[in-house]
Write a new protein. Structure first.
Length: 199
């Protein structure tokens, strides 16, 4: 029988390379009882445009990264940076995706700082604190931060949508707002502490 010269496998060991490839239409199958092991020092990549199917639902590479590293991380301290001889710019202006507590630490002239809430997955919780310093002595008690939103909805303490929230320290108190994502891209205020103005 003559050899079929048109046959091409979709799963193959790359010639002269160091990869085993599933081409277009090919599949690596792990049958019941099988395993894929990734040992210490090894790397498992899902590229940014890749799709990861989980229980019938597709997840983007970015969504998988957020799930694996968890959006419920530790505390993050954010300070002010110098811009045009003032300290009105934060060193990080967007809410970090892997933070559970965000401490925005005050400065002498930190009175026009902006901090942005962006897209979020339902269920995430975060505590955002504006503090004079971390010692509890209310240093830099004139610090003000404007909490803004981009790509998401913010529901205020009265249940109505708000565009921004101003968090201000004082001589007697730091300020904090506890937020929960009640749906994808929808933040809601759970509790407030200190001087907060919604607009």
């Amino acid at each position: 029988m003559a050899q079929d010269e048109t046959y091409q496998t979709t799963v193959y060991a790359e010639r002269g390379g160091d990869r085993f490839v599933a081409g277009s239409g090919g599949t690596f199958a792990v049958e019941s009882g099988g395993s894929i092991l990734v040992y210490s020092g090894a790397q498992f990549d899902i590229e940014s445009d890749g799709i990861f199917a989980l229980a019938g639902a597709d997840l983007s590479g970015d969504a998988v990264r957020r799930l694996l590293v968890s959006e419920f991380g530790a505390a993050v301290n954010i300070t002010t940076g110098t811009a045009l001889a003032t300290e009105s710019v934060l060193t990080q202006s967007n809410l970090p995706r892997n933070a559970r507590i965000v401490n925005i630490i005050g400065a002498v002239s930190g009175s026009q700082c902006s901090f942005w809430l962006t897209s979020v997955s339902a269920g995430r919780e975060v505590l955002i604190r504006v503090v004079g310093d971390l010692s509890g002595l209310f240093t830099y008690n004139n610090t003000s931060v404007c909490l803004l939103r981009s790509g998401c909805l913010l529901i205020g303490s009265d249940g109505a949508a708000v565009a921004s929230m101003h968090l201000e320290t004082s001589l007697n108190s730091d300020t904090a707002v506890f937020l929960k994502a009640v749906a994808d891209d929808t933040w809601a205020v759970v509790r407030e502490l200190g001087v907060i103005t919604e607009s």
